[in-house]
Design a binder for this molecule. Structure first.
Ligand code: BES
Ligand code: ZN
Ligand code: ZN
Length: 485
């Protein structure tokens, strides 16, 4: 994938190129194309009532002129501002153009595009163009680089928006790649190797806690989850711009495969549990974006990586384990493993005296029951840090909905043999009880928890969403870090 370019020269030099024209009213479009070769095409479509159809925002026209074929896409936006409208149209266009083997599109508007819109065009275009490589024995032909050329003024804010849009999309695609990779390829060790490779020769330093050093730190919850698997656990600590400034710490659940352990899951659709490291993927991808955007803030990423398997060595319901902060946990269900590995990672996060901790995890099926697949859940304290993240969601285009974190939910986790249980015996308020469990490990830190179990996977391809693992949360995290002072 090549960087998108603003190449004004290209635009004038190439006489006939495949072009996207954005318009809001037919008069605006007619005014815009006046005197150009496309004028008659617009007139023709307008007369045949083919333009301005709201349920079909992209209309394709083919212009044959002096033996050259030019594809024109008329893109009708009635609501430029609706969440993800631009990203979805850009994603649809990218796939349509690729189907027609056009690898360059020039986007131009009857009005100059604003910086925010430009960023959304870039994001939607490269997200919609995503394809997971896969492991088919028959090699697919290499994909041609695809250039999006935006007809925009050469201003610094516009150039920055293009760069940001491209980097954000590339990062989310990186998270998608990680989550789409089968668990026999993406083991905890492979995740670590890949991360080291990505950040070698960059300003991001990596410290790795293996089984031995995790034991020394007292990470009994993290280690308990991993003990049923033949795959070694690792906890990665990535640091960008180490300094005396209090860091923002991201924590991402990295269960490379979740069978449920001894409390085994039903086999129906278990294969999607290769994506149970979606939080880890989003955190790693966010670090990648921050590095590429040369962000100057002190940021840490903690990524606990394990595989949750049943075996003779596996942890069991009824076991009591001790987390890094010495709190004891009675295991009720070994399928509530994500919160256990996060518990130790959150304890580690507090040792850095952070200004903010954001954790992200494919944590609870209950999240989908509450929100369907259209929003992720957000919880945390104090309320102002939750409000900040909520307030950005329309721009970012990743929907968030706050669920409560009432103290009463802790009553659901009462244990007669330990400080608390890892989950409730009942199925009530599953996302909230998971979060109240996590709260026991963040001390006094400002903390936001994002449950992406509901949005981790796209069931079909539409707009900028592509079937498969979604890389969700990546854009939210990038935005949260960019805007936290
Ligand atoms: N990884 C799952 C959550 C999940 C389920 C993500 C479906 C995406 C789709 C998590 O580890 C889990 O199994 N949670 C249990 C918790 C329960 C045992 C309290 C759940 O949600 O059923
Ligand atoms: Zn589980
Ligand atoms: Zn899980």
């Amino acid at each position: 994938m090549k960087s998108p370019l603003i190449k004004q020269d290209d635009f004038w030099e190439v006489e006939y190129v495949n072009k996207v024209i954005i318009y809001k009213t037919i008069n605006e479009l007619k005014r815009y194309v006046k005197g150009e070769v496309v004028e008659s095409l617009v007139e023709h479509y307008y007369k045949s009532d083919q333009l301005l159809q709201k349920n079909e925002p992209i209309k394709q026209g083919v212009l044959s002129h002096q033996k050259l074929i030019q594809h024109i896409y008329f893109v009708y936006f009635d609501q430029m501002s609706a969440v993800n409208n631009v990203r979805n149209i850009a994603g649809d266009l990218a796939r349509q153009a690729r189907k027609e083997k056009q690898f360059k599109l020039i986007v131009t508007g009857a009005h100059p595009l604003k910086a925010d819109t430009v960023q959304q065009w870039c994001e939607g275009f490269y997200l919609g163009d995503y394809e997971y490589k896969g492991y088919q024995s028959e090699k697919r032909p290499a994909r041609k680089a695809f250039n999006l050329v935006l007809d925009v003024p050469k201003q610094t804010d516009i150039s920055a928006a293009i760069k940001r849009g491209f980097v954000v999309a590339k990062s989310q695609n990186m998270a998608r790649d990680l989550a789409n990779t089968p668990a026999n390829y993406l083991t905890p060790k492979e995740f670590m190797t890949m991360t080291k490779k990505r950040f070698s020769k960059t300003g991001v330093s990596i410290k790795v806690y293996d089984k031995k050093s995790a034991k020394k730190k007292g990470m009994g919850a993290f280690l308990a989850v991993s003990q049923g698997s033949s795959q070694e656990p690792y906890l990665l600590e990535l640091t960008l711009n180490q300094s005396k400034e209090a860091p923002i710490v991201m924590v991402g659940k990295g269960v490379t495969f979740d069978t449920g352990g001894i409390s085994i899951k039903p086999s129906h659709s278990m294969s999607c549990m290769k994506g149970d490291m979606g939080g880890a993927a989003a955190v790693c991808a966010t670090m990648s974006a921050l590095e590429e955007l040369k962000v100057k803030k002190h940021v840490k990423a903690l990524i606990p990586l394990v595989e949750n398997m049943p075996s003779a060595n596996a942890y069991k319901p009824g076991d009591v384990i001790t987390a890094m902060n010495k709190k004891t946990i009675e295991v009720i269900n070994t399928d509530a493993e994500g919160r256990l590995i996060l518990a130790d990672a959150l304890c580690l996060a507090t040792t850095f005296k952070p200004k903010l901790i954001i954790d992200i995890a494919t944590l609870t099926g209950a999240c989908s029951v509450a929100l369907g697949n259209v929003a992720s859940a957000v919880l945390g304290s104090p309320q102002n840090v939750v409000d900040t993240i909520l307030s950005k969601q329309d721009d970012v285009g990743e929907r968030l909905w706050q669920l409560p974190l009432y103290d009463e939910y802790l009553d659901y986790l009462k244990s007669s043999v330990a400080d608390f249980t890892n989950c409730a015996e009942n199925r009530l308020a599953g996302t909230s009880t998971a979060a109240i469990f996590l709260k026991q490990f963040v001390g006094e830190s400002s903390w936001v928890h994002i449950d992406i179990a509901s949005t981790m996977e796209n069931k079909s391809t539409k707009g900028y969403q592509v079937k498969g693992m979604n890389g969700s949360g990546t854009r939210t995290l990038i935005q949260a870090i960019l805007t936290t002072s």
